[in-house]
Design a protein around this ligand. Structure first.
Ligand code: SAH
Ligand code: SF4
Length: 414
């Protein structure tokens, strides 16, 4: 069967990002993870339950899935014993498969995951003193080819489904042992406040793993709705940040329909440099991007937009660049914080990281203008878990390797 879920990289700029459906399961059962509660109710009705039963069962099952984290229908103890095999015959509770789990010396954890149709992607958990952040992927690979990013060199791309996206958060809860325990009691429904009580390891989510989340808008929205739903994973939208390389036409919808914090991968302040390192800039330029940030629904001084800026030696790291950054942020009157990311090298990368003195000086200039500009500490470097290093083992080939392969493939057969 041809794999219709793959998107070949069409060139420097992806012209039409197409949402692809997941390949259906061979056994015909439907995975419930990633579906809204209403859809589950519909499926139960289509499978033969009457309307009232379907509604009740959907509510119960949803609670077990997202509040309790169960992975077997058999564990749903308030559902009749005879009903549980009926459910198991028709439905599954999916999780991405874990291919490999790695633990860094600094506590960072990385998981190599696989979709049911065999595509690999990664997620990373970064604990620090005050929070635990899960870095979630939105696509297998990325079509945008930013020149400093390892993920952007992957050849094939597939959008992750809502289930595969929310499934990452659920897997992390599995691994961290963070599902509420004990008997389920509908009469005494937990409130969101009680549910997200302190002491959890996983407190924040960033859509900063593999892929461009705004090129997979519907699936990311569906997944984050389940994450934010008080009956779902119940994580506040204030604890979720979505990072985009600047897909301007989707930014307003992101603010309006998802409502999470926004991070923007700016990385350069002149057209020439940004065109080179973030090719999407040729489509949506810096001015347009900053205007979309100024218009971002929900941004305020209390909820600032994060501007990510990767420090590339001799490319975008001069004093003049720093001053221009300040000027631009002021011109658009942006409630901004700047996150300076030391470039994380990967084999064959065409850049080097700026020197520590350069990074410090850059940070000072922005900071002296009254804009916070911390330098992000690279985490999990020993397990290739740092920003921009995410790329699955099978795809870890240098650009030279790929060019050689492409040349061979293009050559007429001898
Ligand atoms: N596609 C989205 C989100 C994923 S990338 C985006 O580009 O915003 C998350 C962040 O890591 C982005 O700011 C990205 O530019 C940055 N990044 C990518 N490669 C990097 C590298 N090699 N070193 C440091 N940061 C990198
Ligand atoms: Fe894609 Fe983001 Fe990497 Fe650019 S930086 S290639 S948009 S994942």
């Amino acid at each position: 069967m041809p794999d219709t879920t793959l998107m070949p990289i069409p060139g420097q700029i992806d012209p039409v990002p197409v949402a692809r459906d997941i390949t259906p399961r061979e056994d015909g059962r439907v995975d419930l993870i990633g579906l809204p509660k209403d859809r589950i109710r519909e499926l139960f009705a289509e499978a033969g339950l009457d309307a009232k039963q379907a509604k009740l069962r959907a509510k119960q099952v949803f609670h077990w899935l997202y509040h309790r984290g169960v992975t077997e229908f058999e564990a749903m103890t308030d559902i009749a014993k005879t009903m549980r095999p009926w459910l198991a015959e028709r439905f599954v509770i999916g999780r991405p498969d874990v291919v490999e789990a790695q633990h860094s010396t600094d506590g960072t954890r990385k998981w190599l995951l696989r979709t049911s149709d065999g595509h690999e992607f990664e997620m990373v958990f970064i604990p620090d003193e005050t929070r635990g952040t899960l870095c979630v992927s939105s696509q297998v690979g990325c079509t945008l080819n930013c020149r400093f990013c390892h993920t952007g060199t992957m050849r094939l791309v597939r959008n992750l489904t809502p289930g595969e996206i929310v499934g990452q958060v659920m897997l992390a809860r599995d691994a961290l042992g963070e599902w509420p325990k004990g008997k389920m009691d509908f009469a005494d429904e937990e409130t969101e406040a009680a549910y997200t009580s302190d002491g959890r390891l996983l407190t924040n989510i960033v859509m900063m793993g593999m892929g461009e989340p705004l090129y997979n808008f519907d699936n990311v929205k569906g997944a984050l709705n389940l994450v934010m739903d008080g009956d779902g994973l119940a994580l506040s939208k204030r604890r979720i940040t979505l990072s985009t390389s600047g897909v301007v036409p989707m930014m307003e919808r992101c603010g309006q329909e998802i409502g999470v914090n926004l991070a923007v991968s700016l990385h350069a302040v002149t057209k020439d440099v940004r065109d080179e390192i973030v090719p999407l800039n040729r489509k949506y330029g810096i001015e347009e991007l900053l205007q979309a940030c100024a218009d971002y629904p929900g941004a305020s001084n209390a909820r600032r937009i994060t501007f990510e800026y990767v420090m590339l030696d001799g490319v975008n790291d001069s004093d003049e660049d720093a001053r221009e950054l300040v000027r631009l942020l002021r011109e658009y009157d942006l409630p901004a914080k700047v996150n300076l990311i030391p470039f994380n090298p990967w084999p064959g990368a065409p850049y080097a990281c700026s020197t520590p003195e350069r990074v410090r000086r850059f940070s000072e200039i922005v900071f002296e203008a009254g804009i916070s500009a911390p330098v992000r500490t690279p985490r999990g470097r020993d397990i290739d878990a740092a920003c921009g290093q995410l790329k699955t083992a099978a795809e870890k080939k240098s650009r030279a390797d790929r060019d050689r392969e492409a040349a061979l493939a293009a050559a007429p057969a001898a």
